[in-house]
Ligand binder design. Sequence first.
Ligand code: HEM
Ligand SMILES: *[C@@H]1O[C@H](CO)[C@@H](O)[C@H](O)[C@H]1NC(C)=O
Length: 274
Amino acid sequence: MASQQSGLRHRTQQEQDQSTLDSSVQQAVRKNGGFISNPFWLLVIGALAAYAFHHFLLGPVPGIPGQVVLTPEQLKQYGAKSGSATLYLAVLGQVFDVSRAQRIYGVDGSYSFFTGIDGSRAFISGIFNETGLTDDVTGLSVEDYNGLVEWRDFYHKDYTYVGRVVGRFYDQRGNPTQAVEAVEEGARQAVLDRKALKEEEKKIPTCNSKWSQKDGGMIWCKVGYPRKTFVKQRGSESQFRCACHQDVEHNDKKQLYKDCEASATSCITSPPAK
Ligand code: HEM
Ligand SMILES: *[C@@H]1O[C@H](CO)[C@@H](O)[C@H](O)[C@H]1NC(C)=O
């Protein structure tokens, strides 16, 4: 109700502006006469101005009809805080209309802070304050990059895609930047890594393990010998898992656990609480 009233006030102000504008145009027309008094030319100029506005400020994405490129300032106007009924948010520079979920993204919604901005990093970090809500995703892991792409997929599926926001991930013309390409490349790598690990696990099974505060940690193999097993993965170089190897052999790719013999089938990984 309050917003409706202020909306009405706003309109009245606009109308006043409009009428002063109209009279100044009329004065100009009276002074100059000429082509500007011809309504046809006024229409042409109006159409050109509208086209220029649409083309240069809300430009179409090249090769993708019906989508727009927004500046961060334009995106901000679709934030819950600005009082807009239309709510946009951006993930990895792609803009989505989330208006249909006012309960979640509206002013009083639990995720309203995501609207009007690209807060990509917070989709991973869960830090929802000013520092956390940033589009700077540098230094995240390839798994995180995959997580971001999954969030983007989620919004494509559940909401309406609007276009792109100019900045880190898309340039002025809406073309992808190196930053978004790096994220997508990382995400593909994470999927490959996961597949490779699954294949590895078929060949060399992962150890059984248990841990509790009281008893400490233990790993063991029903068949084979537990080894710290390093898989060369581009995204996560120093990652290892415990795997059960068929022979007692060990090397820098399949290392012994500390204080655990080569022929042991179980190892203590952390001591029980005293
Ligand atoms: C990294 C941490 C988290 C992120 C980035 C995150 C993000 C989100 C987002 C974007 C939505 C809206 C999805 C939609 O449009 O439908 C959502 C919904 C929701 N999240 Fe989270 N979330 C996080 C952690 C949590 C945690 C820890 C809880 C529970 C304690 C939680 C509970 C919920 C619930 C209940 C909804 C549904 C909201 C509703 O329907 O009103 N989230 N989350
Ligand atoms: C945001 O939250 C993080 C983690 O909770 C905290 O370290 C940081 O100081 C906070 N920043 C601001 C501006 O509140």
